[in-house]
Design a protein around this ligand. Structure first.
Ligand SMILES: C[S@@+](CC[C@H](N)C(=O)[O-])C[C@H]1O[C@@H](n2cnc3c(N)ncnc32)[C@H](O)[C@@H]1O
Length: 322
């Protein structure tokens, strides 16, 4: 009989064979029969996320590394809530040294032919959220000659996809200068020239206000906030503040343009999320066109479970929100 590990490997055979993609999920917790473990492949590096405070499963990870031809396996201990952790706790949760193999602090990966810089040794998140692969691909197909406002840009994965799809301009907003610099590197790595004014540091809420007051409008506005965020001047939670965020973002969408509203908060049902989006739209002409989830191929959902990622496409300025 096929082992659980073998079944997970076989399930992804299409991904193993893809020329232009070297980053995807190899094991997805209960969806692959490993409730407390997920493993991501970033080219020659594996990152194992542990969801329980137990010893890492060395032999399983070694077997997976051998199978994938990986040179290093790093471990991240996933806390229930990652925001507000101090530096020391973060360092303990995300050890700088690999658990197996040799240190590989930088690695370049491909996704649909696009390059991204990954830093496996730095912090809990190595630089690319793999569950957004279909959302990046979809955006790329729809933005030719259009302007994009990428809120909560992180390392600018959406910007890279949009520019590759021929976007006229992508403006990236994030609270972290370090992530924006990393994002600018990603954009340049793919052969696009950059200007500093397209990588703006600060609180998204402040920037949305400012852009709205200046009368700036975009064909696309992307909202992908963390579930919880605390900055020097503000606190944000998806559950409480998404309507306010949508209301502010909708004001900077060109009539006929698009809002891409995302959340990865598992506890928030799709229904509750859509209700927050509608509340934010406050009856203005808009239509929720479709909702997408994490890719089934490498993020299978456990039997009886529900997908956690929600990516909603909203057309602004057509008819009242439904
Ligand atoms: C979930 S990540 C976004 C992932 C990104 N959209 C992607 O697909 O790669 C959340 C990002 O929001 C940023 N952030 C958190 N609170 C913020 C705030 N109030 N204003 C601006 N950026 C914020 C964090 O620095 C982080 O880069």
């Amino acid at each position: 009989m096929m082992t659980t590990l073998e079944a997970a490997w076989q399930r992804r055979s299409v991904l193993h064979e893809l020329d232009g993609t070297t980053a995807y999920r190899l094991l997805n917790r209960a969806g692959d029969g490993f409730p407390t473990l997920s493993v991501d492949r970033f080219s020659t590096v594996l990152i194992a996320n542990l969801y329980e405070r137990t010893a890492p499963p060395y032999s399983l990870l070694q077997a997976l590394a051998d199978r994938a031809g990986a040179l290093a396996v790093y471990v991240k201990h996933r806390p229930l809530q990652a925001s507000g952790l101090d530096e020391q706790t973060r360092a303990q949760l995300a050890p700088e040294k690999p658990l197996l193999g040799r240190p590989l602090p930088r690695v370049e990966v491909l996704e649909n032919g696009l390059s991204f810089l990954i830093r496996p040794a730095e912090g809990l998140n190595p630089g690319l959220f793999l569950d957004m692969r279909p959302a990046r691909a979809r955006l790329q197909k729809r933005v030719r000659n259009q302007t994009v406002l990428n809120c909560f840009a992180y390392t600018c994965g959406f910007a890279v996809a949009a520019l590759n799809g021929g976007a006229a301009r992508v403006l990236n907003l994030d609270i972290s200068r370090r992530y924006l610099d990393w994002g600018r590197q990603n954009v340049e790595l793919n052969g696009f020239s950059t200007v500093p004014t397209d990588f703006l540091q600060g609180d998204v809420m402040d920037w949305l206000n400012r852009l709205g007051r200046r009368g700036q409008r975009f064909d696309w506005v992307i909202l992908d906030p963390p579930s919880y965020s605390t900055t020097r001047n503000s606190r944000f939670t998806v559950e409480r503040d998404y309507p306010r965020l949508v209301a502010m973002a909708a004001k900077v969408v060109q009539p006929g343009g698009w809002l891409m509203a995302c959340t990865n908060q598992e506890q928030l049902t799709l229904r509750a999320f859509l209700a927050r989006i509608r509340q934010g739209l406050q009856g203005q002409p808009a239509r929720i066109i479709r909702t997408e989830h994490e890719p089934e191929l490498d993020f299978p959902v456990a039997p009886g479970g529900k997908p956690y990622l929600k990516v909603c496409l909203v057309r602004i300025g057509s008819s009242p929100a439904r």
